[in-house]
Design a protein around this ligand. Structure first.
Ligand code: NAD
Length: 477
């Protein structure tokens, strides 16, 4: 297999390389995991919980190595720490939630009370996880943890753009042999991801709509379910009753955090006409004061763009908007530092409309295009424009007013008087709307129970019907 070179987002240098497994090695590993899954699923859930808790200890023992690798992968430190802490917390959360969720249920037929049933929960033997580069650790483990607790074996293929964390992660898994039998992580690019789909019984994919379509097609070909968590173009509606300080704080944070490289980043800002000028002035003032985290990674806020091609996409969208009459009030330029690292400062763009790529395509950068609306009806129509329906936000004078608007928005989750709350809310189930995804909720109880097929064991406790009962002469006249 050819070696893949990996770029450092702070320097632009290709300073890391890996070789993906050959197709036969991938097949062999998938077969081993599938074989080991029988024992893994046969354990009581408490035993799987105990194994995951031991893995958590091994992760904690490698915290330094994992956070350092993630920092290099992403060019940011605080969020690397947060990813590590969030993943450890996810293990604890799912370990606490799993035991009641794996209980089988009993029931009885209403029509024929002598017939009862028990639901057997049968985990998919081998689940494949394919993840993106923006939160490399979080999104590699977010589906793997509940799938493992459901009794599935799991094979993860993280993004080739940010793979340095895989080595310490694999060490932590290998330190727990019972877990290593049922769980592995392989490095590779789209070719390995594509091959993986043919080897698993269900696939969890997080990434772009374009790749999601290809994954969905391949899953259909192999007749396996695909849980697709795709891109977004999240709108935020700010009404004239909103607290201006709160609204500008929220829009800035939820657009700029992680350099906008989060699926739930706010990417379209709709502001009511009467407060528009004041809102824009205050947003520009605040956005202009947000520093980049260069030259010192341990100071500043906005990290580099992890994927260099994303910088070209962002620059292209801004150019397209400028060509069509938009104005950039701050930021707006990709800056090169550290040799070849690419940063973009928080960017506010006005005089935008829905003919511009900046308002239709996912940007995945710290860019806030702001548009005016007159009535709430118009705001809802603007927010519901486009192919995406991942999440949204509404900021209004009261939660009641915000909720009334949120109920009309076509998105899987709406944050009220805040933004991007799906990043911290793990308990609420949500389904993506339109092209932002497909399949059961990753959040809430369904995040685990979607890894089961339900098998009905239907018992006859009385005398079974005989064929004679179906003689036409028994029909009522
Ligand atoms: P991407 O679609 O380019 O790649 C995602 C993964 O798919 C990578 O691991 C890649 O190697 C693999 N891949 C590429 N081609 C493949 C193929 N043909 N078959 C199987 N796998 C293949 O996405 P990206 O650029 O890494 O990530 C950014 C995207 O992810 C954005 O669109 C963002 O919105 C989305 N995202 C969504 C969520 C969510 O929860 N909805 C979360 C984070 C990111």
């Amino acid at each position: 297999m050819e070696t893949i070179q990996v770029r450092n987002p702070r320097s632009g240098e290709f300073d890391y390389a890996f070789t993906p497994p050959a197709p036969e090695a991938l097949q062999r590993r998938a077969a081993e995991l599938r074989a080991a899954q029988r024992d893994w699923a046969a354990r009581p859930v408490e035993s799987r919980v105990a194994v995951l808790q031991r893995w958590k200890d091994e992760l904690l023992a490698r915290r330094g190595a994992l956070v350092t690798a993630l920092s290099i992968d992403t060019g940011r430190h605080l969020l690397a720490q947060a990813e590590f802490g969030g993943s450890v917390a996810a293990i604890d959360r799912w370990c606490a939630q799993a035991p009641p969720l794996v209980q089988e249920h009993e029931g009885r037929s209403q029509a024929q009370p002598s017939i009862t049933f028990r639901s057997q929960l049968v985990p998919y033997p081998l689940v494949g996880v394919i993840s993106p580069w923006n939160f490399p650790l979080t999104l590699s483990l977010i589906d793997a943890i509940p799938a493992l607790l459901a009794g599935c074996a799991v094979l993860v293929k993280p993004s080739e753009v940010a793979p340095r964390f895989v080595e310490p992660l694999r060490e932590s898994i290998e330190a727990v042999p019972e877990l290593a039998a049922a769980f592995d992580v392989v490095m590779g690019d789209g070719r390995t991801g594509s091959a993986l789909i043919g080897l698993v019984d269900a696939v969890c994919f997080t990434g772009s709509v374009k790749t999601g379509r290809a994954v969905g097609r391949a899953a259909a070909e192999h007749f396996i379910p695909a849980f697709l968590e795709l891109g977004g173009k999240d709108p935020v509606i700010v009404t004239e009753t909103a607290d201006l300080e709160l609204a500008t704080d929220v829009v800035l944070r939820a657009s700029v955090l992680a350099t906008g490289q989060a699926c739930q980043s706010l990417e379209r800002v709709y502001v009511q006409e009467s407060i528009y000028d004041r809102f824009v002035a205050r947003l520009v003032e605040k956005a202009s004061a947000v520093p980049i985290n260069y030259p010192d990674m341990h100071a500043g806020i906005v990290g580099p763009l992890i994927f260099d091609r994303q910088a070209d996409i962002i620059a292209g969208q801004i150019d397209d908007a400028l060509r069509h009459g938009a104005r950039v009030l701050c930021g707006g330029r990709v800056e090169i530092h550290g040799g070849g690292g690419r940063w973009i400062r928080p960017t506010v763009v006005v005089d935008v409309n829905h003919s511009m790529q900046l308002m239709t395509d996912e940007t995945f950068g710290p860019v806030m295009p702001v548009m005016k609306f007159r009535s709430v009806d118009e705001a809802v129509e603007l927010a519901n424009f486009g192919i995406y329906g991942l999440s949204a936000a509404v900021i209004a004078g009261t939660l009641e007013e915000a909720e009334a608007i949120a109920r009309r928005i076509d998105a899987g989750a709406v944050s009220l008087n805040d933004g991007s709350l799906t990043g911290v809310m793990h308990e609420a189930e949500k389904n993506s709307f339109k092209c932002s995804g497909l399949g059961g909720s990753r959040m809430g109880a369904a995040g685990l129970t979607r890894f089961f097929r339900r098998k009905a064991l239907i018992r006859q406790t009385g005398r079974p019907a005989t064929i004679g009962m179906f003689d036409e002469s028994n029909a009522g006249r």
